[in-house]
Write a protein that binds this ligand. Structure first.
Ligand SMILES: [Zn+2]
Length: 231
């Protein structure tokens, strides 16, 4: 049997609880509206895709080059196979988009807050509604560069180490597509990759525990010139 005192105190407690529940509902409603607005804003900034015919021709270039790559030393290496398989998966999932709205970037990864990321590859819009693809080697370079990034957590900032890995993959696939030999030390603009990246990304940090895709950190150092010190 509840006492009288219990009954009396239960009334304000119930009122308080109702008020609190109403407040929580209000907060949740505002919170979810805010999230929806943020998601819609993010989606509205997504680069527009070029017309379907451009997607079809671009995807065909990638498909053909990926199958041709299987006959090259890079394509047959463990690293080449892993990157090719991941790139083919992106292609099959419709997650490679050609766009003429990437600004100065030749390619980028677009991460959605919810849902899957997509790799965007630059195509140039010409005056007469025509579109011009990058060379096959350049398309594959961009694709493999971004594919390397896809192995990292999307909320993590890139690092000198990760960029060395991505640029190395891009350069190696481009050389393979163009039938050229890979030099031991990979260079861009006449300097080792690590120097090129340090110069072009002056604020970039290090990630001394970064694990290159299917390779060792010693390999990354030997091929790109990045210094591998104590962790
Ligand atoms: Zn990158």
């Amino acid at each position: 049997m509840p006492s009288e005192t219990d009954d009396l105190s239960a009334v304000p407690a119930r009122k308080k609880w109702r008020k609190l529940a109403a407040r929580i509902c209000l907060l949740l409603a505002f919170g979810s509206t805010g999230i929806m607005v943020a998601l819609e804003y993010r989606a509205s900034r997504r680069p527009h895709a070029a017309p379907v015919s451009v997607q079809v021709s671009g995807h065909k270039i990638i498909k053909d080059e990926l199958s041709g790559l299987a006959n090259t030393a890079f394509g047959q290496s463990e690293r080449g196979k892993i990157l090719s398989e991941r790139a083919l998966l992106f292609l099959d999932q419709g997650r490679i988009v050609f766009s003429d709205q990437l600004g100065s970037a030749r390619g980028l990864t677009w991460n959605e807050v919810l849902g899957q990321s997509a790799i965007y590859i630059k195509v140039m819009a010409m005056n007469n509604d025509a579109y011009l693809h990058q060379t096959h080697g350049q398309i594959m370079e961009v694709l493999f560069h971004e594919t390397v990034h896809s192995f990292s957590r999307k909320d993590k900032r890139t690092s000198l180490d990760e960029e060395c890995d991505a640029f190395a993959a891009g350069l190696c696939v481009m050389l393979a597509v163009e039938g050229k030999e890979e030099p031991e030390l990979l260079m861009l603009d006449g300097v080792p990759l690590s120097d090129f990246i340090a110069k072009n990304y002056p604020d970039i940090g290090r990630s001394r525990d970064y694990q290159p895709v299917s390779q060792t950190r010693d390999w990354l150092s030997r091929r790109t010139g990045v210094e591998i010190g104590e962790q």
